[in-house]
Design a protein around this ligand. Structure first.
Ligand SMILES: Cc1cc2nc3c(=O)[nH]c(=O)nc-3n(C[C@H](O)[C@H](O)[C@H](O)COP(=O)(O)OP(=O)(O)OC[C@H]3O[C@@H](n4cnc5c(N)ncnc54)[C@H](O)[C@@H]3O)c2cc1C
Length: 395
């Protein structure tokens, strides 16, 4: 009988848990080490585009996620007064099919993934902080992971280490010390509020140095975010009052959403990216995934979707071929070759949209940009999105 392959996943976010499902489904023994003391109530809403849903389908959890979320099309872009800049037709198969979004609370997405990982046989360990790795050699010595719990230091060997420990990855800092996260220059308020009135379609709104967006995440909840150019680390004494003041001159539906938000519902996070991404996604027996490999601006809503894609690819491009007798080094090289160009391209696209969108300053730039957008026919503009959303999992 052949020996069961083993993988240690550093980080139990969306990428790590998705990878654990895919590894377990391919017959590997997968252990996720998560630093947080418990899988908690973190995060607000997420919008998953078709590629994220295709990844969820490959992980056999699409139906559960759809049931826990809310499916609606992307409505388009407005200016801060609520006038449409680019309106995506409400009917018709083209733009609509590529812009369908599943809005979901991050906690529900994460809980669904955790349940599937446990059902597939993966082990999820909380309160376990990975402190370092020994990358090993795909053709030789195994990898080793060192981690810390309240009981002390631990070391374990594995055939594969999946580094899914987020934008400030400990594993990346050790293996690729020159790849450092950078403050994007913008921060974000986010909240999930009780609401049954908002239409539910994703609406994005651009003002000078600010973007507001909202989408329904369940029959009774709406997720909104407000991202704005701001010095890193600079907080407000009263975040809710600051948010209300920031959006005071904006469309009435936006003001109403902010006004309906309580201080405990409001979150504030500075947004970091990994400029250029990780120079390689593999090192020895270590594979980098999710924000640890390619943290990008949230402007095209691809952070969670690409984390899910990565998870599927760990299973289909590494775990399954190796289980079938394939060579680990070849599988890792194929993963790097497939994932790095795609994620780099998406990160570049996210940056470009930010420059043209919410990062644009005040004055003449706003009316010029807005006029340009009003002139662009929605169909061709959104065809560009096909490359993002049309991703299909490897066989
Ligand atoms: C304003 C905003 C809006 C967004 N909107 C969207 C959207 O609409 N759609 C979308 O797809 N994405 C969106 N994103 C991005 C998305 O939230 C993330 O990119 C995605 O969740 C990345 O997942 P991850 O698992 O790689 O990283 P993380 O979610 O950061 O998970 C990393 C995990 O590793 C753990 N960890 C860290 N260090 C260690 C260690 N040393 N040992 C053990 N565990 C460790 C952490 O505790 C954490 O649980 C948005 C982001 C922002 C900021």
């Amino acid at each position: 009988m052949t020996r069961q392959q083993t993988a240690v996943v550093a980080g139990g976010g969306i990428a790590g848990v998705a990878a654990a499902i895919a590894l377990a489904q391919a017959g590997w023994r997968a252990t996720v080490l998560e630093r947080a003391p418990a899988f908690g109530e973190v995060g607000a809403g997420l919008g998953l585009t078709g590629n994220g849903m295709a990844a969820l389908r490959a992980l056999l959890v699409e139906e559960e996620v759809r049931a826990a979320g809310h499916l609606a099309p992307h409505a388009g872009y407005q200016d801060r007064s609520g006038r449409w800049l680019l309106r995506i037709p409400a009917a018709g198969s083209g733009p609509r099919s590529i812009t369908t979004i599943c809005g979901i609370h991050r906690q529900r997405l994460h809980a669904t993934l955790r349940q599937a990982a446990a059902a597939a046989g993966a082990q999820l360990v909380t309160g376990a902080e990975v402190t370092s790795v020994r990358p090993g050699d795909p053709g030789g010595e195994p990898a080793a992971v060192m981690w810390q719990t309240s009981a002390g230091e631990h070391t374990g060997e594995a055939d594969l280490v999946v580094a899914a420990d987020g934008v400030r990855s400990t594993v990346r800092t050790q293996l690729f010390p020159d790849a450092r996260p950078r403050y994007t220059g913008s921060t974000s308020w986010r909240a999930v509020i009780t609401d049954t009135a908002f239409e539910g379609r994703l609406i994005e709104v651009w003002g000078a140095g600010t973007e507001f967006g909202a989408l329904r995440v369940s029959d009774s909840e709406v997720y909104w975010y407000g991202e704005f150019v701001h010095p890193g680390g600079a907080t407000f004494a009263d975040e809710l009052t600051a948010a209300q003041a920031h959006f005071a001159g904006w469309a009435s539906w936006i003001r109403a959403m902010v006004a309906a938000t309580s201080a405990s519902q409001l979150m504030r996070h500075d947004v970091y990216e990994l400029p250029g991404g990780c120079p390689r996604y593999v090192h020895g027996r270590v594979v980098m995934i999710g924000d640890a490999a390619h943290a990008m601006l949230p402007t095209i809503g691809q952070g969670a979707a690409t984390a899910l894609e990565d998870g599927v690819c760990v299973g289909r491009m590494i775990a399954a071929p190796v289980s079938a007798g394939g060579d680990l080094a070849d599988a890792l090289a194929a993963f790097d070759q497939a994932r790095r160009p795609r994620c780099r391209q998406l990160a570049r696209q996210a940056t470009m949209i930010a420059r043209f969108g919410f990062e644009l300053g005040d004055g003449w730039r706003q009316p010029v940009r807005n006029t340009l957008l009003r002139l662009i026919p929605a169909g061709p503009a959104f065809k560009a999105g096909t490359r993002i959303v049309g991703w299909t999992p490897p066989a």
